[in-house]
Ligand binder design. Sequence first.
Ligand SMILES: Nc1nc2c(c(=O)[nH]1)N[C@H]1C(S)=C(S)[C@@H](COP(=O)(O)OP(=O)(O)OC[C@H]3O[C@@H](n4cnc5c(N)ncnc54)[C@H](O)[C@@H]3O)O[C@H]1N2
Ligand code: MOO
Length: 421
Amino acid sequence: MISVEEHLESILRQVGRVGTVRLPVPRAHGLVTAADVVSRADLPRFDNSSMDGYAVRRADLAGVTSEQVRLLPVAGDIAAGEGEPRTLEPGTVWRIMTGAPVPAGADAVVRVEDTDGHPREAQFRVEPEEGANIRRAGEDLRVGDVVVPAGTRLGPAQIAAAISAGVQEVEVVGPVRVVILSTGDELVPFGGGEVGPGQIIDSNGPMLEALVREAGCYPVHVGHLPDDEALTRKEVRRHLDHADAIITTGGVSKGAYDIVKKVLTGEGSMEFTEVAMQPGKPQGFGVLGRRKVPVFTLPGNPVSSLVSFEVFVRPALEERAGRRAGGSTATGLATVGWRTASGRRTFTRVRLERDPAGGYAVSPAGGAGSHLLGGLSMADALAVSPEDAEDVLPGAEVELLLLRPKSEIDARLAATGGSDA
Ligand SMILES: Nc1nc2c(c(=O)[nH]1)N[C@H]1C(S)=C(S)[C@@H](COP(=O)(O)OP(=O)(O)OC[C@H]3O[C@@H](n4cnc5c(N)ncnc54)[C@H](O)[C@@H]3O)O[C@H]1N2
Ligand code: MOO
């Protein structure tokens, strides 16, 4: 058996980034910039008002207070979107709206609240500061400034900034397209009709599809293969032409019908190995074809598949997508004891509650069997125990790999007062 680290290192050594593509900014959401994105415009593009009010010359309002008001004639209105250049003549004001261009000669904007708001002859109650309520051209960004540095995941804020800065397209690390193939004669696809004697519903396919999506990648094909050598070979080859990663489940242990292992042994850099972990012991990985597509052959047991994804596939997909997010981790205190697999790193499904000190109280969610999906559904995290341990004692500190966003777990605990009401 090899260690978890050895297997992961071998995967990460062989997995490279996918190529870059140019995409219209909104379509690049979630992808990582391959180069600095630079501004094509000064932002703001022109001096404009930050308030609804009046564009004024301060000299015309010298000494004005709420006791010493002044009346000034209004030359007209300047609305947001006004394209006509306007000039402010001494002794007059323009009524101006938020976002509208400030007329030449104005050196402040007085908020409508500090006037009587009259459209033709307005009464002023304050003397504004120099530049009051004027947003200056270029104060945010200048042409050529970096709006989004290389290596940044494009989120909503970066999309807004790049678009405002006049950027049309961005160079990003391409979307990672993942093919998922469940294998096994016993499987009935979701929605595929009656589940006959000896059959089960393919839950790994939809589970991995969701995991891939949550990892910011794109499931482009979720299929099911019977235990048929020729079909399996053909289907894997077909997807090597377009996929950026292939994930299979099932058919990698020691059974007489464990086809995946049989078909892929000797292909590319494919290696089948046993990893010192529980669950997830039988693993296979290699890069295949001229495009060197990473192929992960995960064990069929549903919990083993999920744990294998978290431990090996997620980091590899992140590498491929140019990201460095890493799994979400935490620590907690065991409320009860449980046994772990000696000589193997154990990933125990656990439910979290609040302990009296405000941390996480950790207890197993169901049993340890790799087929127990009911317990998996209740689990918030995997408790990770080292290879040399045989059990976790009550009160021991445990490392957690979170299966849900931490904010979601914390919100549930806050709503239930920390107990599973
Ligand atoms: N003699 C041995 N038998 C097994 C060993 C071993 O070392 N010696 N290892 C066990 C371990 S550990 C695991 S994990 C499994 C891995 O088996 P495979 O990857 O070959 O998977 P299958 O045999 O095809 O299926 C295992 C199990 O999972 C169910 N399954 C498969 N695919 C799906 C799916 N898409 N959705 C839901 N459930 C699925 C399948 O029906 C089996 O019950 O091998 C042990 N055996
Ligand atoms: O290693 Mo298997 O994944 O224990 O169930």
